[in-house]
Design a protein around this ligand. Structure first.
Ligand code: SAM
Ligand code: SF4
Length: 390
């Protein structure tokens, strides 16, 4: 019998494809991780959540997490397709594929949904990581955000801020390792959660990083290349150049900061801690220690009234940071719910949110202008918070 099913066997994932209409990839535990069916992409995270991504019109994408019913229905279809493809090609594949097939075939929807529950006993929800870290292994050295009061940000409202002790952190890591299993091979780095883990006082941070190194080989020649984390500006001002040098020595490769706006008025309207001027200082200290930065700007911040200042002053601040090819500037289009305190602030200052066309125009202006103030090769890219699933 002829078949148009193909298999791609990689060290850490297996992909099945049927006439390029249906493509499904699995991690080393046999769990589906991405699928393409009928023109729609599905990404199943370690958390068990499934993100749908599809183009609905030229330049317009739908991105959303599926509801429980939708998720279970699509997982049933994906598993059905996968099991059918395996049956059709089982006789023709190399012997090493059979172990993969066994791992894939042991999953049903109920089993995948149980994994979801198990995930929730190990992790607090992983609200966000920067886009270049989607394939990192997240370890929650801290839970929540020590500030948690920026008007636009609801990522960590559901939990109090907490720093692990070395003992509880090691327990967390061991549970994560058992849960990820052979899926670890797909992970490229460690991302230290949650919102601003690098504000952990240096002696405690030192011992937590030590625990990570005792649990995983990390370095340029290891599968996990380095350690990455968020930091807010308020916390960042407390670490010295010597502290950052020590972090670089402990494998910290890039630190991400939410600058959001280079304009003082907009920055304070957002209720961010610190200031744009402090952000420049912090970035210079971090870079002097040999650590790269990822700086996030919030497109649309300040609304229509402050748009010109937001754009111009953000460009000025990024220019003053002297960013280079290891650094990244992210543009995150602001998304706010109707009852956000941020909208009240905007109205109080006689401004209003940008509409979709204005937002897209601002993203384009920022992208083009920022590229002229950073060194050649520095990435200036979009950051869609709705595109994230862990
Ligand atoms: C965990 S936070 C940043 C790290 C650190 N806590 C800080 O404030 O510098 C991640 C980023 O997500 C983005 N973000 C948060 N809420 C957002 C929203 N409602 N719309 C768009 N982007 C948002 C912001 O740019 C923020 O800097
Ligand atoms: S933007 Fe950063 S500092 Fe502000 S509440 Fe969110 S996570 Fe915390």
């Amino acid at each position: 019998m002829t078949t148009d099913i193909t298999i791609s066997l990689q060290p850490h994932h297996l992909t099945l494809a049927e006439a390029m209409r249906t493509i499904i990839a699995f991690d080393g535990e046999g769990r589906p991780i991405v699928a393409f069916r009928n023109g729609t992409n599905y990404v199943r995270g370690l958390s068990g959540d499934v993100l749908l991504k599809r183009t609905i019109a030229p330049g317009q994408k739908e991105r959303r997490k599926l509801s429980a019913d939708e998720r279970q229905a699509i997982l049933a279809e994906i598993l059905h397709d996968a099991h059918r493809m395996i049956e059709q090609i089982a006789a023709t594949v190399p012997p090493e594929a059979h172990d993969w097939f066994k791992r894939i075939q042991r999953w049903d929807v109920a089993g995948l949904e149980e994994e979801r529950e198990r995930f929730r006993t190990i992790y607090k929800p992983i609200s966000i990581v920067p886009p270049d870290q989607y394939r990192a292994l997240v370890l929650q050295a801290t839970e929540g955000c020590s500030w948690n009061r920026c008007h636009f940000c609801t990522f960590y409202r559901d939990r109090p801020f907490r720093i692990h002790t070395p003992t509880t952190f090691r327990e967390h890591i061991r549970q994560v390792k058992a849960f990820v299993g052979a899926g670890l091979g797909l992970r490229m780095a460690i991302f230290l959660g949650d919102a601003n883990a690098l504000i952990i006082p240096q002696p405690r941070l030192r011992s937590l990083l030590q625990v990570i190194h005792e649990e995983f080989p990390i370095g340029p020649t290891a599968p996990l290349k380095g350690i990455y984390s968020f930091l807010d500006i308020f916390g960042a001002e407390r670490k010295t150049l010597t502290d950052y040098r020590e972090l670089a020595g402990a494998g910290v490769r890039r630190i991400y900061l939410g600058l959001e706006s280079g304009d003082d008025t907009v920055f304070h309207q957002l209720n961010k801690p610190g200031s744009p001027a402090e952000a420049i200082e912090v970035v210079q200290t971090i870079k002097a220690a040999g650590i790269a930065v990822g700086v996030i700007l919030l497109a649309g911040a300040g609304g229509s009234r402050f748009a010109a200042d937001h754009v111009q002053h953000s460009i000025d601040v990024i220019a003053a940071m002297n960013l280079g090819p290891d650094d990244i500037v992210y543009l995150s289009p602001l998304i706010v719910g109707p009852d956000s305190p941020y909208l009240d602030r905007l109205r109080e200052s006689a401004s209003q949110p940008l509409d979709t066309a204005e937002m897209m125009a601002q993203v384009q202006t920022l992208k083009q202008s920022l590229r002229t103030v950073v060194a050649p090769g520095t990435k200036v890219v979009l950051y869609h918070i709705e595109e994230f699933v862990y």
